[in-house]
Design a protein around this ligand. Structure first.
Ligand code: M6R
Length: 606
């Protein structure tokens, strides 16, 4: 969590840092701050406060346009509450730094280095600054190397030293930093989103190396001071995607982009009617040789895995476990070399997913990562990667990344089915046709978004809702419920509808809207009976239904008909409808749709 930016060059640092921090606000938005270095006097000026980057701008009207070197930070609070003092940067002696991550042994370090009397904040980050100041004797790289020997935890630290003009230093363990040249200098950031408009290439900074940003050079050293090669990769994201365009919120824009982003994910992997993953470098052998799949992810990405599980098991007849990454390594997982690990992550930086991936690899398990952000830590850690082509996703609530993950998983499942002879040549054709139809099915839902907006109005006063369905409908409702919870703050539980009568139906009353999903042929009659059970208890049911299924619409408070597809492929139009529902509830309630309270998009703390 937390967004970091650094710039040194000939351009105005403050505006670049503020604009870039705004692009990184999805990483945290409790407080914001920057430090600017006056290259003539060497003086460092700090401005920071609780609140958004927009609030920080008001503190920067002191001629800040004359400064050409600085660092900035947008915070998601972990150690120390949300306050002006706890905002970054932190200054301690000759050290000014910003930090992303958690220093676990910060209290020990505070006592060991006798820092207590000089601390101004409650943060672990200021203690890291204190330790670095202790070791600083006009040799920055040595001070950094000494300091990180004492730090336990995850960190990216970006540092300026009071007596060194124009140079920014950085070091990282787990938490990411990327660096690039710009037209007028060099810059670094927590992720590539902030670099896109300034650079064509970027370097993911390797763990436990020291980065030096000079006005005209990027240098990298190992901890012993040996120069290291800088390896850059192309930024091939359409950076205009990182702006809102004419939409009021990124979430709406990103929902609307889905026909295109799903098509982009699919298109380059279908050749002459066949699924072809050779450009991703995924060998058929890894798909053919496994006996089971262990999928690991968090949040929305985990729902993509759960959705895929249903399809894998029914089509491939392979056992697939889906593990919540934060629980995984503590659950004594049973793995062997015939297990294939699939990790799914939009950011490629979620720490629990990364830790789980490192664990499975240490057990000799081979891995494929489904990732959106190129060159991210998980992508680099995994044996193989399929990149989703969703482009930058800025809204905290994940939408287009999810549908791209499902599309990528469909391709993977399809190819596995071919190499394992679970799909015959004729069946592959119809599987591919179904995949190719996904963008138009999304469009069909988007075109009727006003109807969903009308449905959303029924939920504005709700405190609780249930979302009920079975099989794939249940998997997709888990994602729909997460969307509604995180952006509208309505407590929503997705429930397997057959399970309701084992206890939870006791909560159903006429005040609790129930959202039901019916798209799966083999489950229609069972799902409709479960809906009747809640209706009998007074529930008002909003129904999302595959268009060719017959119901008496008068029995429901609203019905939305989803374009028909073969069962496995209904998940994409279904989730699009639920994303829109969550979006409209949130925006109609006047909430900050893109930045829901307490959240950050990239979760880099455990
Ligand atoms: O970047 P990742 O896909 O690894 O992120 C995982 C979750 O943090 C993420 O999906 C989260 O649940 C979203 N905010 C949900 O909309």
């Amino acid at each position: 969590m937390c967004g970091i930016v650094g710039y040194t060059g000939n351009g105005p640092a403050a505006s670049l840092i503020l604009d870039s921090l705004e692009l990184l606000e999805y990483r945290g938005y409790d407080s914001a701050g920057l430090a600017l270095k006056d290259s003539e006097t060497g003086e460092t000026i700090l401005r920071k406060r609780a609140g958004r980057v927009q609030d920080l701008r008001y503190l920067c009207d002191f001629g800040s346009e004359w400064f050409n070197c600085g660092i900035g930070h947008t915070r998601w609070a972990t150690h120390g509450g949300v306050s002006n003092d706890n905002a970054h940067p932190h200054r301690f002696g000759k050290v000014v730094l910003v930090h992303n991550g958690i220093i676990e042994n910060y209290l020990e370090l505070r006592d060991q280095f006798l820092l207590s009397d000089r601390l101004k904040s409650d943060t672990d980050s200021e203690i890291a600054a204190g330790v670095m100041d202790h070791f600083y004797n006009k040799n920055p790289r040595q001070a950094i190397a000494e300091t990180v020997r004492y730090l336990k935890g995850t960190f990216s630290l970006v540092i300026m030293f009071e007596d060194i003009p124009d140079v920014i230093y950085a070091v990282r363990n787990v938490s990411p930093i990327v660096a690039s040249y710009t037209n007028e200098g060099t810059m670094l950031a927590s992720d590539v989103t902030a670099l896109g408009i300034h650079a064509k290439q970027y370097m993911p900074v390797p763990e436990m190396n020291i980065l030096e940003l000079h006005k005209d050079a990027i240098r990298l050293y190992d901890m012993k001071g040996n120069p290291q090669a800088c390896e850059f990769i192309d930024i091939d994201w359409d950076t205009s995607r990182a702006s809102k365009g004419n939409y009021p919120f990124y979430m709406e824009k990103e929902i609307m982009e889905q026909p295109e982003t799903v098509m982009k994910t699919i298109k380059s992997r279908i050749r002459e009617g066949h699924i072809d993953l050779t450009a991703d470098g995924i060998p058929d052998s890894i798909l053919a040789e496994c006996d089971s799949i262990c999928a690991i992810a968090c949040g929305t990405a985990m729902h993509a895995a759960l959705t895929a599980k249903n399809i894998v098991q029914s089509r491939l007849r392979i056992k697939m476990e889906v593990e919540c990454a934060s629980e995984f390594i503590y659950s004594d997982p049973i793995l062997d070399e015939r297990t294939l690990a699939i990790v799914i992550s939009q950011s490629g930086e979620t720490i629990d997913t990364l830790t789980a991936l490192k664990y499975v690899r240490s057990k000799g398990v081979r891995s494929i990562a489904v990732i959106n952000v190129k060159g991210s830590s998980i992508a680099r850690e995994s044996d193989y990667v399929i990149y989703t082509d969703a482009g930058p996703e800025i809204a905290v609530a994940s939408t287009k990344a999810f549908t791209a993950q499902i599309a990528a998983m469909m391709l993977l499942i399809g190819r596995m089915a071919v190499v394992r002879h679970a799909l015959k040549p004729g069946e592959e054709k119809s599987f591919v046709e179904n995949i190719m139809k996904l963008p138009e099915q999304i469009t069909s839902v988007l075109d009727r978004r006003r109807d969903i907006h009308v449905i959303a109005r029924q939920l504005l006063e709700a405190k609780d809702t249930f979302m009920i369905g079975r099989g794939l409908d249940y998997s997709i409702l888990l994602e729909g419920a997460l969307k509604l919870k995180e952006v509208s703050y309505i407590h929503t539980e997705a429930y397997a509808s057959g399970e309701l009568k084992h206890g939870t139906i006791a909560l159903i009353t006429e005040d609790i809207p129930v959202i039901a999903m019916v798209t799966q042929t083999k489950l229609i009659s069972k799902e409709l009976s479960n809906i009747r059970e809640v209706k009998t208890r007074g529930a008002n049911v909003i129904l999302f239904l595959r268009e060719d299924i017959d119901v008496n619409e008068a029995e429901f408070s609203k019905v939305f008909r989803l374009p028909a597809a073969s069962d496995d492929f209904m998940v994409i139009p279904a989730v699009t409808a639920l994303q829109l529902l969550a979006y409209y509830v949130s925006s109609d309630k006047g909430l900050d749709v893109d930045k829901p309270r307490n959240l950050a998009k990239v979760v880099t703390v455990e």
